[in-house]
Design a protein around this ligand. Structure first.
Ligand code: SAT
Ligand code: MN
Length: 595
């Protein structure tokens, strides 16, 4: 028995998109295996050697469909002002009529899959139910890994509302026409959100967050706008548990832009004896205050959709172990032994492979073996350090929040906010060098407040206000402490100053001790820096000069940074909270006084 509303909506979409078949997903392993088998026959999936990587597949996307498409992503609120200056907007009625045209007959020759899914544990009151209608079996299989998908959701739907999402690769097949391995629409892509009616329409792409509607579309863009109305937070954050040698444990959440190492930090393998990191999530956190005044977080996802290049047994052994089976690998290289490879996976590259474009590849090739935004998709429970509480319906209590980005200059290795509202300024001031996770130029510095620039479903100025208000109304002593970190500072020759990866435990340890109210830092105009001798640097082969450089406070550069921020904040106009402006002027004053 389905929800009547569900049936009516599906009928409507079927008559609009005109698929040849409709398949209701039950989420079983048999169904998954059958879809994979069909995709193998279709050429979409290549099975990997089952001895090396059981039940795992390689997919190669169309080269015109390899990443998020921010230019084609829309927030269609009734009022343009509610989408704000950082989102693309179109009047909802106008957009609907555009979409109705695009979707009309768009699934001809294909099967429409009905994919019921739940973001968050099934038994959690934090969770949200969605239904994705899609003509992409690749999206169906990926959703089965990334969400709780299938039969149990039909049960939940008897009593729960759902977020409807319609997804098409935008490539109808005329009768008898042969399909391609990765159907998509190379010309036209639309990733559209209607926050007021909580609807998602996605057209033309089969890749990542464009196609797995539970991820960025529902869990961030729609959820952030719901969260504002309901008084909670939907954030682009990993969640990790940190245990000290005495067995005491805290949880923290961290926001970095895409492809800045959230997965690596979430699964960090400690280089400090006795310290242990466990993973709750690597990309998204839904957080709300409990009756006890503490902030609790759940990971709405059930899998990892991680950046492959650079992931290795030395950089992230726990990710590598998570990938040992049941994975979908997209746009990585295929070795002659029937396994996967990507830049950075091994010190020695294979002598020969087939690259992500399907071309012969050798270490001498000009082309990359793997696309820089190639990805692995694997179940979270395969992570050897998955946190025992990762599916706790009440979430885990958050003691610290980290903000960060990719900054080769200016931003120090770590600093602590003076208080919540100063922390909000730190979050709002994230800038980061762009990565291949989004279509466009890589490596140029852009503002990415709270790492939410591509994912905030409403006016970012209002979002800042929401963060300020949510903290103001709480017991200040119980609020998470806020930190800004930057693993990516470089020396004059362009070399990273900090080793990163497992060595980041040294900073997590300092944060742990700060949370336990030990070791107050040195006050600087931009926040508290650690006293160098309170950082555990035992056995760390780092040059003292490099260490100094990591914390070098460039007064002139910071004044420029503030001026630049003042300029940036102007785009929010009257939606910029005055409290945030005050925080920025106080920072400027502190900088002036210290010169
Ligand atoms: O947006 S995706 O889900 O494709 C990946 C990311 O950028 O975090
Ligand atoms: Mn992400």
């Amino acid at each position: 028995m389905h929800h009547e509303q569900v049936d009516d909506w599906i009928k409507e979409v079927v008559s609009l998109c005109q698929p040849d078949h409709v398949h209701y997903c039950n989420g079983s392993l048999e169904e998954y295996n059958l879809l994979c088998k069909q995709m193998v026959l279709q050429g979409t999936m290549i099975p990997l050697d089952p001895q090396k990587r059981p039940n795992s597949f390689l997919c190669r996307s169309d080269p015109a469909d390899t990443a998020r498409v921010e230019e084609r992503t829309f927030i269609c609120s009734q009022k343009e002002k509610d989408a704000g200056p950082t989102n693309h907007w179109l009047d909802p009625t106008e957009m609907k009529s555009k979409l109705l045209k695009l979707f009309s007959g768009c699934m001809k020759g294909r099967t429409l899959y009905v994919v019921p899914f739940c973001m968050g544990p099934l038994d959690s009151s934090f969770s949200k139910v969605g239904i994705q209608l899609t003509d992409s079996p690749y999206a169906v299989c990926s959703m089965r890994i990334m969400t709780r998908m299938g039969q149990p959701i039909w049960e939940l739907l008897k009593t729960r509302d759902f977020v409807p999402g319609i997804h098409s690769v935008g490539m109808p097949l005329s009768a008898g026409a042969k399909d391609v391995a990765w159907p998509c629409n190379a010309k036209d892509k639309y990733i559209v959100h209607f926050p007021e009616t909580q609807e998602i329409w996605s057209y033309g792409s089969g890749y990542g967050g464009n196609a797995l509607l539970g991820k960025k579309c529902l869990s961030l863009r729609i959820a952030s706008s719901v969260a504002r109305d309901e008084g909670w937070l939907a954030e682009h954050m990993l969640i990790l548990g940190l245990t000290n040698p005495e067995g005491e444990k805290i949880y923290m959440a961290a926001a970095f832009p895409s492809a800045c190492g959230k997965t690596n930090l979430a699964m960090l393998q400690s280089t400090l004896p006795g310290w242990k990191v466990e993973t709750v999530g690597d990309d998204i956190a839904w957080m709300r205050f409990g009756k006890d005044g503490r902030l609790y977080a759940i990971n709405p996802e059930a899998g990892f959709f991680g950046v492959a290049p650079g992931t290795s047994l030395s950089s992230n052994p726990n990710a590598m172990l998570s990938l040992s089976k049941n994975g979908i690998f997209t746009n990585v290289a295929l070795t002659d032994q029937g396994d996967i490879w990507w830049e950075g996976l091994t010190k020695e590259p294979p002598n020969h492979a087939i690259n992500w474009l399907g071309h012969n590849w050798t270490p001498q090739s000009k082309e990359k073996a793997a696309h820089p935004n190639s990805r692995f998709t694997v179940p979270a429970q395969q992570c050897p350090v998955i946190d025992p509480a990762w599916e706790d319906p009440n979430g885990v209590p958050i003691s610290a929040i980290l903000f960060g980005g990719r900054r080769s200059q200016v931003a120090p290795l770590i600093c602590e906010a003076f208080n919540w509202s100063h922390g909000v300024l730190l979050g709002a001031s994230i800038s980061s060098e762009t990565t291949a996770a989004s279509v466009g130029k890589v490596g140029h510095l852009r503002h990415d407040p709270f790492a939410m620039l591509p994912f905030c479903g409403y006016n970012m100025g209002d979002y800042f206000q929401h963060w300020l208000s949510i903290g103001e109304n709480q017991n200040q002593a119980l609020l998470p402490k806020i930190f800004y970190v930057n693993w990516f500072r470089k020396d004059k020759n362009g070399h990273f100053l900090w080793p990163g990866f497992g060595e980041n435990i040294r900073l997590l340890k300092w944060i742990f001790e700060r949370v336990k109210h030990a070791q107050v830092g040195v006050k600087t105009p931009i926040g508290f820096f650690p006293h160098i001798d309170t950082l555990d640097l035992k056995n760390l082969p780092i040059d003292i000069q490099n260490l100094k450089e990591l914390f070098r406070f460039d007064h002139e550069a910071w004044l420029k940074e503030v001026e630049e921020m003042e300029e940036y904040f102007k785009i929010f106009g009257e939606n910029l909270p005055s409290k945030l402006n005050q925080e920025l002027s106080s920072l400027k004053k502190r900088l002036m006084l210290s010169s």
